[in-house]
Ligand binder design. Structure first.
Ligand code: MBD
Ligand code: FE
Length: 286
């Protein structure tokens, strides 16, 4: 990877994620419930108390307090709040919100979902460039209810990074819907995607998230992953990711979003090109 590409990722992807998040929330805010003052007070009081506890525990200095202020200001200037929160915080929100699910296992959405990708019936090759680099992957399965009965009219949305770990609409120079698409299931509940396997994702190293990661001596990597949203009328939407058995960082995701149920074990494709794997989505009732 060249330095130019790394710079483009930090300057482009983090900031674009902020713009996309602002658009997505503006739509939701119009129908939002009124603010519950007691809940705001309870949560904010405890959040501040947790921070006060950290300051006491580690006997923070003024130099460290000023470094924290400067870093927080920079996260906003870089547009990296969605990146920071989705990498370091979202996994606990997902754990709490989906604790009672019985069907398909969820995990974090991350910063790079865009609604409205091209939709196909039953089977699709994801939009990709001529000669898109990467190992071909046939990814297929069935959307069902909790008893295993197939669901017609389910929507399986798939988005993932390319073989250089860049996401369309966030890194520059990639066609708008590259490696993003959705399949509407027929009566058999089945979906079949033809795509390529993504590469492990590196958190941009030259922005404020990268500065924290390197200052702390952590690593900036997520394992290679497919992102999915699977939904159907009368069913709970599941947002999840799938990983590749034995892949780098599967056991050490910086975003702590891997779960055992989410690890794919692809086999060589019957077609002879690349790999294939089957994964079913049983959806909880709404
Ligand atoms: C990603 O691709 C991602 O999935 C998450 C959660 C955070 C940063 C980049
Ligand atoms: Fe991702």
């Amino acid at each position: 990877m060249t330095t130019t590409e790394i710079n483009a990722t930090a300057a482009g992807s983090g900031r674009s994620a902020t713009a996309t998040f602002a658009q997505k929330t503006a739509q939701k805010e119009r129908s939002a419930a009124p603010v519950d003052q007691a809940r705001v007070s309870a949560v904010a009081t405890d959040a501040l108390a947790a921070l006060h506890g950290v300051i006491r525990k580690h006997q923070l200095t003024y130099a460290e307090y000023d470094a924290l202020k400067a870093w927080l200001i920079r996260v906003g200037e870089d547009g990296e709040w969605p990146l920071f929160l989705d990498v370091f915080v979202e996994h606990v929100v997902e754990e709490v919100v989906n604790a009672d699910r019985k069907g398909a296992t969820g995990t974090i959405e991350g910063p790079y979902y865009v609604p409205g990708a091209p939709e196909f019936a039953g089977e699709a090759t994801l939009p990709m460039r001529d000669g898109e680099v990467g190992t071909p992957l046939l990814f297929q399965g069935t959307v069902t209810d909790l008893d295993g009965a197939s669901i017609e009219g389910a929507l399986v949305e798939l988005w993932h990074a390319d073989d250089a770990a860049f996401y369309s609409q966030f890194a520059p120079g990639i066609p708008e819907w590259n490696l993003r698409g959705a399949i509407r299931t027929g009566a058999d509940g089945r979906y079949t995607f033809h795509t390529i396997q993504p590469a492990p994702y590196q958190i941009p190293t030259d922005g404020s998230c990268g500065a924290l990661i390197s200052a702390a001596g952590w690593h900036p990597w997520r394992p290679a992953h497919l992102h999915l949203k699977v939904s159907a009328p009368g069913r709970q939407l599941v947002t999840t990711q799938l990983y590749f058995d034995g892949g780098d960082y599967v056991d050490n995701d910086v975003a702590q979003a891997v779960k055992p149920e989410l690890i794919l074990r692809p086999t060589p494709a019957a077609s002879g090109a690349g790999n294939e794997v089957t994964y079913d989505f049983p959806l909880d009732p709404a």
